[in-house]
Design a binder for this molecule. Structure first.
Ligand SMILES: Nc1ncnc2c1ncn2[C@@H]1O[C@H](COP(=O)(O)OP(=O)(O)O)[C@@H](O)[C@H]1O
Ligand SMILES: [Mg+2]
Length: 280
């Protein structure tokens, strides 16, 4: 098993890291509370695509919340774009496993929500409404939701809501995409389709992406670097650069090198579990 300390990303990280965790720990609920993350050090390059995998409850979502400024580290520091994170960041797009649309807005208004909130879009919202709306409609079309803009969230299936929530994460062309198991609750066909959508968007615009997933094949298919976390308290145990050329088609998942990388990661997670049990 690799050493838990000071694992640094190799996807160009170090040269121009966009996200930097320096020995970050997070304890929920005060001094006697739950140590969720311990000594996490990692870099994600500007325009990089990192996947974080690890057993359930190991602190993956907690890492993401610290990047977005929703919670602050107990010790250590999280930097985004060279500056310590002090509060919620405007240039972030987020999507979660369970979509969180506003029920009284239709789909289009939900997708356009970041444009109402985030500058410089916010001040121009009324003046440029038609343009913004056309952009939202174009995105809905990309994810196969053409014509659903006027529907209310309750009129859509879970998979459709997840597509819409990806549109909402992307509408303001954020420099940073934080994705917390966004494909976890989808059927296999929708998931494969949205993998393609996400990859194409990343190749076209190159936002920095941090993807949390428990699907190892998904992490290898989509990311440049996979980080493996230990069981709680979550530490970064290992990282591996994904060598497969882009664009990656689904057939790459059947190639021996892909299968063996997934198996290797699975082995590391197994080790991580055993390690966690020793600690507990
Ligand atoms: N707000 C909170 N208060 C107390 N404990 C929490 C809170 N959020 C998460 N935890 C605990 O911290 C640990 C890590 O949680 P989380 O980051 O959500 O894990 P993951 O996303 O890897 O499943 C879990 O044991 C969880 O129960
Ligand atoms: Mg989580």
């Amino acid at each position: 098993m690799s050493a838990p300390a000071a694992v640094t990303g190799s996807d160009g990280g170090g040269v121009d890291p966009f996200i930097r965790f320096s020995d970050v720990s997070l304890r929920y609920g005060g001094a006697s509370g739950t140590l969720a993350v311990q000594g996490a050090t990692l870099d994600i390059a500007r325009g990089g695509f990192a996947a974080i995998v690890g057993p359930s409850g190991c602190g993956k979502s907690t890492l993401l919340k610290m990047v977005s400024g929703l919670i602050a580290p107990t010790t250590g520091q999280v930097q985004v774009d060279g500056k310590p994170v002090k509060g919620p960041l405007g240039f972030v797009g987020m999507a979660f496993q369970n979509p969180t649309p506003l029920p009284w807005y239709n789909v289009l208004d939900n997708v356009m929500l970041p444009l109402r909130i985030v500058e410089p879009y916010r001040s121009a919202y009324r003046a440029r409404y038609d343009e913004y709306r056309a952009k939202a409609e174009a995105l809905l079309e990309v994810v196969g939701l053409r014509g659903f803009g006027e529907k209310k969230p309750w009129q859509l299936s879970g998979g459709m809501l997840q597509r819409a929530s990806l549109c909402r994460a992307l509408i303001h062309e954020p420099a940073l995409l934080l994705l917390d198991e966004p494909f976890g609750a989808l059927d296999a066909f929708t998931r494969e389709e949205l993998w393609g959508v996400l990859q194409d968007l990343w190749l076209a615009r190159r936002p920095t992406v941090m993807l949390i997933t428990h699907d190892l094949a998904e992490s290898v298919l989509l990311s440049e670097t996979v980080y493996v976390m230990s069981a709680r308290p979550g530490r970064i145990l290992h990282h591996e650069t994904v060598p497969f050329p882009r664009p990656r088609r689904l057939d790459v998942m059947y190639e021996p090198a892909f299968v063996s990388m997934v198996q290797r990661l699975r082995q590391q997670i197994g080790d991580a579990r055993a390690e966690g049990m020793k600690v507990a």
